[in-house]
Design a protein around this ligand. Structure first.
Ligand code: UDP
Ligand code: MG
Length: 148
């Protein structure tokens, strides 16, 4: 089944939003397949955001991501990449709808508390980067109550 990489950024951790964020994905019916807290090195953050290296905000973005521990997760479910992006909301919290994570808990783009993969292919790359050790193969006993 489809998987996505979700990261609670250092501001989300500092503000005590880890449980709230996990709850939204869990309540939806997605399965948590990987989870760890990690403080990443500059070179690792640069690799994660390599597609944005030419952007003017890139140095500040990297400083932000390495400023404290993040919570890295793999979530699984039908359409989880796109639906995960909807749960997260628009990149700029000023444009994120109320009810989305960024819409409810963030104000500015440089402190938008959460990352989510933007496509199935980038999810695959990001999961491989963040979880080289692999992820759990557990299966939910609620599966037939979530999917027909
Ligand atoms: N970002 C920023 N300023 C901008 C655009 C993006 O600081 O003008 C940061 C923001 O933290 C965003 C991250 O860079 O989440 C990655 O940007 P992207 O366009 O990939 O947005 P996302 O996929 O996170 O919504
Ligand atoms: Mg992105």
């Amino acid at each position: 089944m489809e998987q996505t990489f979700i990261m609670i950024k250092p501001d989300g951790v500092q503000r005590g939003l880890v449980g709230e964020i996990i709850k939204r994905f869990e309540n939806k019916g997605f399965y948590l397949k990987g989870l760890k807290m990690v403080t990443v090195e500059r070179s690792f953050a640069e690799k994660h955001y390599e597609d944005l290296a030419a952007k003017p905000f890139f140095p500040g973005l990297v400083d932000y991501i390495i400023s404290g521990p993040v919570v890295a997760m793999v979530w699984e479910g039908k359409g989880v990449v796109l639906t995960g992006r909807k749960i997260i909301g628009a990149t700029n919290p000023a444009e994120s709808a109320p009810g989305t994570i960024r819409g409810d808990y963030a104000i500015v783009v440089g402190r938008n508390i959460i990352h989510g993969s933007d496509a199935v292919e980038s999810a695959r790359k990001e999961i491989a980067l963040w979880f080289p050790e692999g992820i759990s193969g557990w299966q939910s006993s609620a599966h037939s109550w979530i999917y027909e």
